[in-house]
Design a protein around this ligand. Structure first.
Ligand code: NAD
Length: 349
């Protein structure tokens, strides 16, 4: 097993991880441990190159520093990526090898589920390390974080509706949802219960068919989601989807979703703002999942009340961001980044 450090300016520690026997190849990126141990999930994807995986790990781990600070958690930012197809390459041996590498980092990085991973996978990783959350069994187990993530996104959707339309009553509104996985599915359930009309897409045709049947959703082709007539767009699939071209195509008044790193570049935050599309910064909107995971890392006893308090605080933070963005006529993304920079500066002082 190999754990090789790669020097990356701005990151505390980036490690190439490899175990030839199990086929494990990937990276663990620790962006910051300033506020506490770096926490962030492990993602498994068939990246087309090691560099693509590195780029994803760096961006995601930096995003976790922002997310954890915005959620008021005593945790830093980190993320792991494993190169491979979760449907065919994921074996108990590979997951245990990953657990052994996490153990070697001596508590500096805590892992949990991200795309391509399940609570059962976390149980396998937990055979080798204590630094794993998102388990379904054991003391302080917090389980699948996606329902709480979806709850937080639902709150963010109400917040943008309040600021953009003057009311957070969503009944009769139309929300377009990209991605009907763990998060997108729960989100559709919350929205449907509020009388929202749904326009959905996913690369998985079976999920789309189920959403049509269960939520009465209108399905569109994957690329057509950017042209859909809706009030609010909720990206819940992959990152980097909001670029100059797609922002120009959007016909919505606001964007609030769960995917990490929705903006292709920081400039795209300004582009949305110039087009009058109110953007709920992703690292604030999707903080519910890490709040749930944090109960396990921090060994919180009164879990439900603690999560509810943190979600309420996150809601207030979103409200403050949207107010400040309006008052200063700037992009909410940049206000949110400035708020986190303040949190980190105050902690350092
Ligand atoms: P998931 O893998 O369960 O679901 C993703 C869904 O998106 C899948 O159904 C997939 O088929 C679909 N998809 C992939 N590419 C697509 C495309 N180009 N167009 C349309 N659909 C596409 O993942 P998830 O746990 O639901 O997470 C979704 C997003 O939210 C990810 O970006 C993840 O990092 C982020 N996130 C998740 C959590 C959580 O609690 N699970 C927390 C915070 C952030």
């Amino acid at each position: 097993m190999n754990l090789t450090q790669i020097e990356v300016p701005g990151h505390e520690g980036v490690y190439r991880i490899e175990d030839r026997e199990s086929g494990l190849l990937g990276l663990i990126a620790i962006h910051s441990t300033q506020l506490g141990p770096a926490a962030g999930g492990v993602r498994m994807r068939p990246y087309y190159s090691f560099d693509a995986a590195l780029k994803d790990a760096l961006r995601l781990s930096q995003g976790m520093t922002l997310k954890n600070a915005a959620a008021g958690l005593p945790l830093g930012g980190g993320k792991a990526v494993i190169i491979g197809d979760p449907a065919g390459d994921k074996t108990p041996g590979l997951l245990q090898a990953f657990g052994r590498v996490v153990a070697q980092l001596d508590g500096r990085y805590w892992t949990a589920e991200d795309m391509g991973m399940t609570p059962a996978d976390m149980a396998e990783i937990a055979r080798e390390t204590e630094c794993v959350a998102g388990l379904e069994q054991g003391s302080h187990a917090s389980g699948d974080p996606s329902p709480i993530t979806a709850q937080g996104i639902f709150n963010a959707i109400r917040a943008v509706a309040r600021h953009r339309f003057g009311s957070d009553d969503l009944s009769g509104r139309t929300v377009s949802v990209q991605g009907l996985g763990n998060v997108g599915w729960h989100l559709c359930g919350f929205l449907r219960d509020q009388g929202v009309r749904l326009v959905v897409t996913d690369i998985n045709a079976a999920r789309v068919a189920r959403a049509e049947a269960e939520f009465g959703a209108r399905a569109v082709a994957c690329d057509a989601i950017f042209d859909a007539d809706a009030d609010i767009f909720a990206p819940c699939a992959i990152g980097g989807i909001l670029d100059a071209n797609r922002i120009e195509r959007l016909r919505v008044k606001a964007v609030a979703g769960g995917a990490n790193n929705q903006l292709a570049t920081p400039e795209d935050g300004h582009r949305l703002h110039r087009r009058g599309i109110l953007y709920a910064p992703d690292f604030v909107a999707n903080g519910g999942g890490i709040i749930n995971v944090a109960t396990e890392i921090l060994r919180i006893d009164a879990r439900e009340a603690w999560v509810a308090d943190k979600l309420t605080a996150l809601d207030s933070t979103m409200d403050r961001i949207l107010h400040a963005a309006k008052a200063r006529d700037v992009s909410p993304h940049h206000v949110a980044e400035a708020i986190v920079a303040d949190v980190l500066q105050q902690d350092a002082a």
